[in-house]
Design a protein around this ligand. Structure first.
Ligand code: DQA
Length: 144
């Protein structure tokens, strides 16, 4: 199956961005690990990171046209603001897991609400970069 990893704004800075919160792995490190794990199980893996809400929305629309069967998404700050990305996921009906590197529940009040959690297959928060690998394992399990 085709699996898409989507990362939202500022996640291109992983590795150097607030490493005490987000760790030292770069997004490239994370994506390469997932790519390897997905291809070992004969799945197709794509990764898109964007700082732009419109690109994230267009990528979700394109994913539906391309037959992507599962999305792993860290919407980053758009988690807390974007009805539009929520609606793109609802509109395409592609099942997804929401991932956050940090434990958003231990942080500022504005990070406590997500526009995604109630429509996600599941959520993974606070487990660092490992959360992406756990998300992929869960996605593969769902697809079997
Ligand atoms: C984040 C948490 C969000 O609140 C924040 O805006 C991010 C990253 C995380 O992975 O922990 O950019 O999604």
């Amino acid at each position: 199956a085709k699996i898409l990893l989507l990362n939202g704004p500022n996640l291109n800075l992983l590795g150097t961005r607030e490493p005490e919160i987000y760790g030292s792995d770069t997004l490239d490190d994370i994506a390469k690990r997932l790519e390897k794990q997905a291809s070992e199980k004969s799945h197709t893996f794509e990764h898109v990171q964007s700082n732009s809400e419109s690109t994230l929305i267009e990528t979700i629309h394109q994913a539906a046209r391309d037959g992507v069967e599962f999305i792993l998404i860290n919407p980053a700050a758009y988690t807390h603001t974007s009805v539009a990305i929520r609606d793109a996921l609802l509109g395409t009906q592609i099942p997804f897991i929401e991932i956050h590197i940090s434990n958003v529940h231990q942080r500022e009040a504005f990070r406590q609400h997500s526009y995604f959690s109630d429509i996600a297959v599941g959520t993974i928060v606070g487990l660092g970069a490992l959360g992406y690998e756990l998300g992929l394992q869960a996605a593969l399990n769902q697809l079997d």
